[in-house]
Design a protein. Structure first.
Lengths: 377, 98
């Protein structure tokens, strides 16, 4: 169990206890830092409980090759990360990297995907990785359950998935074992710099810490300006449908459909601009179900047991923000929409840099200053 | 374990449980017919393999899932037995093709 820090003084206060905040807390505590996690309660806007659980590389980073490399690094480190979590907590987060597919339902779609992968890999400074564009017959040898309308697809051996609800639970178990002070119902109202550190006014009282890391997802947009940072994020809604559990038949994840370690099939990948509304839209559910059945007709036999809508945390260009404040050193913002894929990086690579107090040149490209260019011009 | 009330009438309906001949009464749900035939465990759960049997008998608990005429994960309490129906208990996860 977590031991409360009676003095309320910490090396690092992390705002947000979702996948990003808890992965950072785990890494920081392993680096020897005294950490408090300030979280909201059960009804917080919490994408970490609604995501699709892919650990995905394919196609990411067109427009920012550094993000492609960062993503590939996390994918490469994920198995070791899962092993560390298992050794520490005894919980298996079911990470598998069998390679992932993006099946295409038209020649135009397949060509567009192939072109995007080629443009991605033609970028300067791109760390290239293997992928294949497959015609229907080649794809069918790997994925025999595709429907007659599937014309082919792209494949990347680095793609995988995990059980993301179990990942969140495991990280929370892990930070507890590491002595992190986890405080729910501590919504942060104000952050002030004082005495070389930070004072955070929260719904549960005042907290002091030497450093503060904003990993609050959507709420980072509100919090970042308090410490001279910016996090221009917006919610983008996605629907997910889950079927009953069945014996394994889909042995690779795809971008739209994957079978979980426990046998249920998740169907997803809708993109809607709808503010903070998480109401389920039957039209969207129907559309993603219909597309999934065209890809894998067997799905039409399965009963649906759950469906929901969750809110991606998206920056204007879709890439993460990693930045230390220039005006309030010691304050960091970390935001991305791939909290599962990047969990290994956040825990193993980013957290030690935050502990050391310097992100270094590698992260300059991830600064939110990239969004301020028009104002400067 | 379960016995029928003596005053309940109805024609005998022949069906099978895991291929063995069994008898239900007209109007029986599959779940009731399983219990009346002494089958109290109708499946093992897909993740932990724990045994399950009909419980709520009104469509809520989903513990009475069985394969009926080749379709898996049907709620036994929500389907009436029909003559010749093939009911199969389930071991673990349903197969997607049945």
């Amino acid at each position: 169990m977590t031991q409360p820090n009676r003095g309320g003084e910490y090396d690092v206060a992390i705002v947000g206890g979702g996948l990003v905040g808890s992965a950072l807390a785990w890494g920081l505590a392993r680096s020897g830092q005294r950490v408090v996690v300030l979280d909201e309660g059960d009804i917080a806007v919490r994408p970490s409980r609604g995501n699709f659980a892919l650990v995905w590389v394919q196609g990411k980073g067109l427009g920012m090759p550094e993000y492609a490399g960062w993503t590939k690094q996390s994918s490469d480190d994920w198995a070791g990360f899962a092993g560390l979590l298992r050794d520490q907590t005894g919980i298996d987060v079911a990470f598998r990297r069998p390679g992932g597919f993006m099946p295409a339902l038209s020649e135009e779609d397949l060509q567009a995907r192939a072109n995007a992968m080629m443009r991605l890999h033609n970028q300067p400074d791109m760390i290239r990785y293997p992928y294949e564009v497959m015609d229907r017959e080649t794809l069918r040898r790997e994925l025999p359950v595709i429907g007659p309308e599937v014309v082919g697809g792209t494949y990347c051996p680095l793609d995988g998935h995990c059980n993301s609800l179990r990942l969140l639970r495991t990280l929370h178990t892990g930070i507890g074992l590491l002595g992190v002070d986890y405080r729910p119902n501590h919504r942060v109202e104000r952050i002030e710099r004082r005495d070389g550190g930070f004072r955070l006014a929260t719904a549960g009282g005042e907290i002091g810490a030497g450093k503060v890391v904003l990993a609050a997802g959507h709420d980072s947009a509100r919090l970042a300006p308090m410490v001279g940072l910016s996090a221009p994020v917006r919610p983008q809604r996605g629907h997910i449908i889950v079927t009953e559990k069945t014996a394994p038949f889909l042995h690779h994840p795809t971008g739209y459909v994957r079978q979980t370690d426990e046998g249920g099939v998740m169907i997803g990948d809708s993109f809607e601009e709808a503010g903070f509304d998480t109401t389920l839209q039957p039209g969207v559910s129907s559309a993603i179900a219909a597309r999934a059945i065209r890809m894998f007709p067997l799905l039409g036999r399965l009963n649906v047991v759950r469906s929901w809508a969750a809110l991606r945390v998206l920056t204007p260009d879709g890439f993460p923000i990693y930045e230390q404040s220039a005006t309030a050193p010691g304050a960091f913002v970390v935001t991305c929409h791939s909290g599962v894929t990047l969990a290994a990086n956040h825990a193993l690579t980013l957290a030690p840099l935050i502990a050391a107090g310097d992100l270094g040149d590698r992260f300059k490209v991830f600064s939110a200053r990239r969004f301020h260019v028009p104002q400067a011009a | 374990m379960f016995r029928r009330l003596p005053e309940v009438a109805g024609d005998a309906i022949p069906f099978t449980i895991d291929g063995r001949p069994a008898s239900a009464r007209a109007g029986d749900s599959v779940a009731a017919a399983l219990l009346a035939n002494g089958v109290t465990t109708c499946r093992n759960t897909p993740v932990s393999g724990a045994p399950r049997g009909p419980y709520c008998m009104m469509g809520v608990c989903f513990d009475c899932l069985v394969t009926i005429d080749g379709t898996g994960n049907r709620q036994g309490c929500q389907v009436r037995v029909a003559p010749g129906m093939a009911v199969e208990t389930q071991d673990g996860k349903r197969e997607v093709e049945r």
